[in-house]
Design a protein around this ligand. Sequence first.
Ligand code: PLP
Length: 370
Amino acid sequence: MIGVRYLKNAAPYHAVTHDAWEQKENREVLKLDWNEATIEPSPVVLKALEQAVTQGRLNWYPDLENHDLLNELHLYTDLPQDHIQYFASSDAAHEYIFKAFTQENDVVAVLAPTYDNVRATAEGMGRKVDYLFLEEGEFYWNYERVANTLKDLSCRLVYICNPNNPTGTVMDVAELKRLVQDHPSKLFLIDEAYFEFSNVTLAKAVLELKNVMISRTFSKAFALASFRVGYVLSCPENIQLISKIRNPKSVTAFSQIAATAALQDLDYTKAYVQEVSTAREFFCKKLKALAPFVDCVQSGPTNFVLIKLADGLKPEFIRFLKDRFIYVRDFQAHPQLSEWLRITIGTREQMNALYAVIDIFVRQQLKKSA
Ligand SMILES: Cc1ncc(COP(=O)(O)O)c(C=O)c1O
């Protein structure tokens, strides 16, 4: 066989279709399947990008160590610059973290069900994935049970997404910190992709503890998914180690400019986060009122909700939305989530529009069953 031995059995990221991109007619779509922001980046970002285009230097490689961006991240996180490194997305940061801190055949523990790309990344490098689980039913975090399981698990790295995608579960920061402290030989990768929506963070722990790394992204609340920028917070030793293998050219000049400008216009992001929070509350309330058509709604301080529909309705529902250019995430292929679907929360206006479509679908179902 040509190719790496361990890739033979590795399963790809439980990829879903990216239907919105296949839609070429330039129609207005409601893209609620990948938890991106549903609005454009801030006008400050757009202006900075326009200036970058006219200024030239497009034939240059990007800045290898952008001090403006690092300084903005320092101001944003309130951590010293030597505790911060930026990457071409948090997915890319995860790859570097696995590469720098684990070896082939090491076990990586993943608190599941969660963001599947991490499993694919670990398996793609010949690491073995073992799971810790959130409690069945409402996916709540049972600290004692996770701590007990972890005690007996010989693993090099532990991945915990907080708040968790797609369940919305929030792990208590004091408990997380205790877990990190109790396992000094394990590295904890805490994925805070949805930090802006939750305001829950273990960031300050990197000032005291060496076995924790926090990843964050510009793809969600900052509306910069297409630019692929993320960053990592950890102790200076870990940041130095990972920076040795990071390819600094991979964060494009436009991405650096966009991320820096986004951090200079935090009011824009804060307003969007507030908008999403209001829209989520309103939308969840409406959904819950649709019982028994909607069987279950799981939500947390994020820009998505996880829902379960009445028996067998999911495929028809997804098709109904897709026919109206609304895209949501089906978890059919996910071992623990096959009955669920996830909907990204956007603005109140967008969620109102979605609810109007759902209402038509429900009425049709009621008519059928009458
Ligand atoms: C938990 C989590 N981590 C990371 C990512 C990817 O972030 P990035 O766009 O920075 O690679 C996502 C995107 O869905 C996510 O949900």
